[in-house]
Design a protein around this ligand. Structure first.
Ligand SMILES: CC(=O)N[C@@H](CCC[C@H](N)C(=O)O)C(=O)O
Length: 379
């Protein structure tokens, strides 16, 4: 793809990078995309909005089916520490998971097909709230989506660990099942010098965090993969006050629904033990749960073969990742796949210094425009 063609999408990515928003609050992002779409030839494009998301359809010239392409839209509650001169203008929020790249790529693919239509219908899905609480499932169930439900669906995610020009995927499970985890503890606050008259939740929460780590090491088959991470603990107000309440926040990742059930029942048992042992009250909230991302075997194999034989890009058949993605819900009803797109940055996803290589944008636009066109030419 010529540099002049790609430049607008790099600029779009930079503009979107400056306005990261939480899930279901992507108001400016939605307006930005709608405003971009309004400048494209309207006779080639139909638009529906769904909450803060957008569905954009390009009717085909002789449609036999509808091909879907999905991007996520939301940012993360992370304070940006990149070296960019186009850093986030929303304090405490950052596109640290590449959704700005994903949206720019989607607009690049969409614009290509508005200008060069194919036989099949195309629907572009701009989905809110991937990081939470999860936009895919309610969007999939919405009337708006049902009206334009595609027959095939594709998506990508940037991958910091691969060089630009790499496409990594696998047939079957690509990403894990996920469940958020919120545990609230309630004891009795008091004076730091009088611990016998209080019930200290710093000690209870610390014990709980440690005991939870025994689940993966002692209750799960070592050949199965499970992650339980506590990413945040909120306890206490001052160094000489005993904390009467505490909150742990985390996430569970498993490669099977059975392991997820097992982990949850072990968490419940350990939390009951903390209640008894520390004479406190506890409540558990499982937050947002995502099903695994399970790529269609046949389509994914064909895509991998196509990358190898028809493009100059490097294909990696990767292992499963314990990341989650609510794109998995679309794949429960529609055959398709997701792939990793090499974006070569030393900082991982969700890191405040992540700076994905924008060279990944033309790679993705080129790959998906050619791949979708090749699909439309086959029966
Ligand atoms: C690709 C990626 O990083 N996805 C997120 C999905 C969030 C899942 C959910 N909110 C949770 O934290 O359990 C991830 O953290 O893997």
């Amino acid at each position: 793809m010529a540099a002049t063609t790609v430049e607008p999408y790099i600029q779009i990515r930079r503009q979107l990078h400056q306005i990261p928003e939480p899930g279901f609050a992507e108001f400016k992002t939605q307006q930005f995309i709608l405003s971009y779409l309004s400048r494209l030839p309207s006779r080639r494009l139909q638009i529906q909005t769904w909450r803060t998301g957008i569905l954009a359809k390009i009717p085909g010239q002789n449609p036999r089916r509808c091909i879907g392409y999905r991007t996520d839209m939301d940012g993360l509650p992370i304070t940006e520490q990149s070296t960019y001169n186009f850093r986030s203008r929303h304090d405490g929020y950052m596109h640290a998971c590449g959704h700005d790249m994903h949206m720019a790529i989607a607009l690049g693919i969409l614009t290509h097909f508005v200008n060069h239509p194919i036989d099949d219908d195309l629907v572009f899905i701009f989905q809110p709230a991937e990081e939470g609480p999860g936009g895919a499932l309610p969007m999939l169930q919405s009337e708006e989506f049902r009206a334009w439900k595609p027959d095939l669906i594709f998506a990508l995610h940037i991958a910091p660990e691969y060089p630009v020009g790499t496409i990594a995927t696998r047939p079957g499970i690509l990403f894990a099942n996920t469940s958020e985890l919120f545990i609230d503890l309630t004891g009795t606050a008091g004076h730091a010098a009088l611990p016998h008259r209080a019930n200290d939740m710093v000690i209870a929460a610390s014990q709980l965090a440690i005991q939870l780590q025994s689940i993966v090491s002692r209750n799960i088959d070592p050949l199965d993969s499970v992650v339980l991470t506590i990413g945040k603990m909120e306890i206490g107000t001052k160094q000489n006050v005993i904390a009467g309440t505490g909150r742990l926040e985390g996430t569970i990742r498993t490669l099977s629904a059975e392991s997820m059930q097992k982990v949850k029942s072990r968490i419940e048992a350990i939390v009951r033990g903390i209640e008894l042992g520390f004479e406190c009250r506890a409540s558990i909230d499982w937050g947002a749960n995502y099903c695994q991302v399970k790529n269609d075997e046949k389509l994914t194999r064909q895509f991998m073969e196509w990358i190898n034989t028809r493009t100059e890009y490097r294909l990696v058949e990767c292992r499963e990742a314990m990341t989650g993605e609510d794109f998995g819900y679309f794949l429960t009803e529609i055959p398709g796949f997701m792939f990793w797109l090499g974006a070569d940055t030393p900082f991982g996803l969700h890191h405040p210094q992540i700076e994905p290589d924008e060279g990944a944008i033309p790679v993705a636009i080129d790959t998906m425009t050619r791949y979708i066109r090749s699909l439309s030419m086959t029966t």
